[in-house]
Design a protein around this ligand. Sequence first.
Ligand code: DX5
Ligand code: ZN
Length: 224
Amino acid sequence: MVEIVPSILSADFARLADEMARVERGGARILHLDVMDGHFVTNITIGPPVVESIRKATKAHLDVHLMIENPERYVTDFVHAGANSVSVHWEACRHLDGTLEMIRSAKAMAGVVLNPATPVEVLEDVLHVADYVLLMSVNPGFGGQKLIPYVLEKVRKLAEMRRVKRLALPIEIDGGVHPENLAEVVRAGCDWIVTGSAIFHSPEPEATVRRMREIAAQATAVRV
Ligand code: DX5
Ligand code: ZN
């Protein structure tokens, strides 16, 4: 089942509970929370206390994307704050296997994220210790950027690796997805589609989620 995963980065943070309720009414079951530290990426966003407050405001699956240095110091805090899945960047992990294990031991899904320029082949030997893979389709740090087309080829390669290894892990994509390129993204093999500005900057976020879910369902039907 393909999921449209709204990223709250483009929402109005002063009205976050309302914003989340709107996209959930549109059918969103997973919400994407972007954590940035001003080091791994230039931007700064939220930490565990905010995730804890968000947890109290929604029952949705909270998908926390850590764009931070030394993620192993914080993964457990984010799970305790209420994250259902936590992803760490391959580029930020010296001991990726150990960090994924920390997330799993804290009882959340463990995800690994690749920047656009990092080849999917680096995951060859660790795919079985990850619960999902997030492929960045923009350089991380900001919402509202354009999708980098060659990332779709990476999605196809990863989908093939997953098939050969008989693994069922979801492939997530993040950055520059909007209703117009969504079908192509789904057909490439993505399962969790993160989308921020296309939803929250649209006049009716609820209707946009609904529309994107329909487009995704139709594209899945023709997926090979
Ligand atoms: C970018 C973030 C994304 C961002 C996507 O670094 O990881 O989650 O919110 O935003 P859009 O959909 O606007 O590209
Ligand atoms: Zn993200």
